[in-house]
Design a protein around this ligand. Structure first.
Ligand SMILES: *[C@@H]1O[C@H](CO)[C@@H](O)[C@H](O)[C@H]1NC(C)=O
Ligand SMILES: *[C@@H]1O[C@H](CO)[C@@H](O)[C@H](O)[C@H]1NC(C)=O
Ligand SMILES: *[C@@H]1O[C@H](CO)[C@@H](O)[C@H](O)[C@H]1NC(C)=O
Ligand SMILES: *[C@@H]1O[C@H](CO)[C@@H](O)[C@H](O)[C@H]1NC(C)=O
Length: 483
């Protein structure tokens, strides 16, 4: 999910595939895929790429246009009557490597299941329309995406070999929402679901995100860490109030001379980038990373540590300085290559909000990233009728339709990492005996979707076992397949 799209944007001559920035915080799916690529290098190669015809609009019979959705299939472990696992695509390109490692692969292996990975409409190669014309985003929403996956499942279940197979859907972050919602909307097609780190509650002012970052640095950082952070940000804030201060800041932070930091939107870009350095350790790190980060801060108040080999966001290599500029950032978003970033922003503007503001007092980053920053992005990118009112009504509809934090589901397990700021919008308490919540201490975003790794804490490893146990039980694979 995006954190602040702005920063993540790896501006200027920087390929989106590089770096580790905003994008990754903003766009969980992208981040998870990257990790996956680093893990699953020797894979079997028996994955098939397939395409299925989909309606452009599943709910309007007048709309006759169709498009092709990509999905991956791997049947290596499948035996007669084994279940079907579908990992739902999220807000970036889908990866077939989820069939070679991670919790789905383990479940499939242990229960003789078939594995599928779908790609979400408008992301990766599953593009219904040319979105150079932004009006073509009209058919991008979670409701259409769940219908796409329902059609895919119907098709797969129509194969004779699967006529007795149970279906499990799995997703993480936004696609974790989709997993829970698939089970709610299509109970006849989906028998069980894993909704990992799913922020099922849509919310405009997502100030809880930075409160969680605050709490993590307070709990796991060094004793003076929060004060250091607060002092640094308050100093930024003060410096930005005078032209002498701005000049000093530009010198210290290596900001381009022609970057206009008297403009509010540009300052918001600056603060977003600075805050992202802290967000990333909560969303994707561990308690050790947080402590290490604090130690570095203690010895230097300069937050931006410029590693010569990295390509940081907003860095203009040609000029050798940082350029924090809202309009330039938007221009970059509009670049063909960044189409999927815009797609996700569109979904936040129309369905989810998830705008990580600094409006809470319980965080050390000063209050310089307001809602207006995000709303401005919506209207600049998609037109002036994408205003705050529209954001509000989109969010309201989402929560009414799906039930917010209490979706009407059974046989769904909701998992969250306690470090993960997104957990604050998730299901943290059992909805019922058959819709349990699993909160994994000291773990971050979507960790349970991966297989055990060397440094994983015991609680995380235990959670993975527990999640698999629940799912196997729900699909009746508990006893039959356990060995
Ligand atoms: C999309 O539309 C734009 C503007 O009409 C055009 O330049 C571009 O080539 C189109 N892209 C594709 C893939 O059709
Ligand atoms: C499923 O297919 C098998 C043959 O592949 C057939 O024997 C069986 O009756 C079918 N079951 C149902 C429920 O259609
Ligand atoms: C952190 O800063 C404080 C005060 O400036 C200092 O007393 C302490 O030794 C520092 N700790 C580290 C690990 O640098
Ligand atoms: C929840 O779902 C069940 C079964 O699908 C349905 O019977 C029930 O009416 C739903 N409850 C609410 C409050 O929508």
């Amino acid at each position: 999910m995006y954190l602040k799209y702005c920063q993540l944007l790896l501006l200027f001559s920087v390929s989106l595939a590089d770096g580790f920035g905003f994008f990754d915080i903003g766009n969980t799916f992208n981040y998870l895929n990257k990790e996956l690529y680093s893990l699953a290098s020797n894979w079997d190669g028996d994955v098939k790429t397939r395409w299925i015809k989909q309606e452009l609009d599943h709910f309007d019979p007048e709309e006759k246009r169709t498009w092709k959705m990509r999905y991956f299939q791997r049947l290596t472990y499948w035996r007669s009557n084994g279940p079907i696992y579908l990992l739902l695509g999220g807000e970036s390109e889908a990866s077939s490597r989820w069939t070679t490692t991670g919790i789905m692969q383990e479940l499939a292996k242990e229960t003789k299941g078939a594995m599928f990975v779908s790609e979400h409409r408008y992301y990766g190669k599953s593009k219904p329309l040319n979105t150079t014309d932004i009006r073509n985003f009209k058919f991008l929403n979670s409701r259409q995406a769940t219908a796409d996956n329902a059609k895919l499942l119907k098709y797969i279940k129509s194969w004779r070999m699967f006529n007795n197979s149970k279906v499990v859907v799995i997703g993480g972050s936004y696609s974790g929402n989709l997993a829970a919602w698939m089970r709610m909307l299509y109970p006849e097609l989906v028998d069980a679901a894993l909704a990992s780190s799913a922020p099922v509650l849509a919310k405009k002012d997502f100030y809880e995100y930075l409160e969680k970052v605050n709490d993590n640095y307070e709990q796991y950082g060094t004793s003076e860490c929060l004060d250091n952070i607060r002092n640094t940000f308050e100093r930024y804030d003060r410096l930005l109030q005078s032209s002498e201060g701005i000049n000093l800041l530009k010198e210290e932070e290596n900001i381009c001379q022609d970057c206009d930091l008297t403009v509010l939107k540009n300052r918001q870009v600056f603060f977003s980038e600075k805050v992202s350095k802290f967000m990333i350790y909560s969303q994707y790190g561990n308690t050790k990373n947080i402590k290490e980060h604090c130690k570095k801060l203690n010895t230097s108040l300069k937050l931006q540590i410029l590693d010569k080999t990295s390509k940081p966001n907003f860095w203009v290599a040609r000029k050798g300085c940082y350029y924090y500029d809202f309009d330039k950032m938007i221009e970059e978003y509009k670049d063909k290559e960044n189409e999927w970033v815009i797609a996700w922003i569109y979904q936040t503007c129309t369905e989810f909000g998830y705008f990580q503001t600094t409006s809470s007092k319980s965080q050390p980053f000063t209050n310089n990233i307001g809602l207006n920053f995000y709303i401005e992005m919506c209207s600049v990118l998609f037109g002036t009728d994408f205003d705050e009112k529209r954001v509000d009504s989109g969010i309201r509809d989402t929560n009414v339709f799906y039930g917010g934090r209490t979706p009407n589901v059974t046989k769904v397990v909701f998992t969250n990492g306690d470090l993960d700021p997104w957990s604050t919008l998730g299901v943290l308490e059992d909805l019922s005996y058959n819709a349990p919540a699993v909160v994994i201490p000291r773990s971050s975003h979507c960790r349970d979707l991966f297989s055990n790794r060397e440094n994983d804490i015991e609680e995380l490893k235990e959670a993975r076992i527990h999640i698999k146990y629940l799912i196997k039980n729900w699909i009746g694979a508990g006893d039959f397949f356990s060995n």
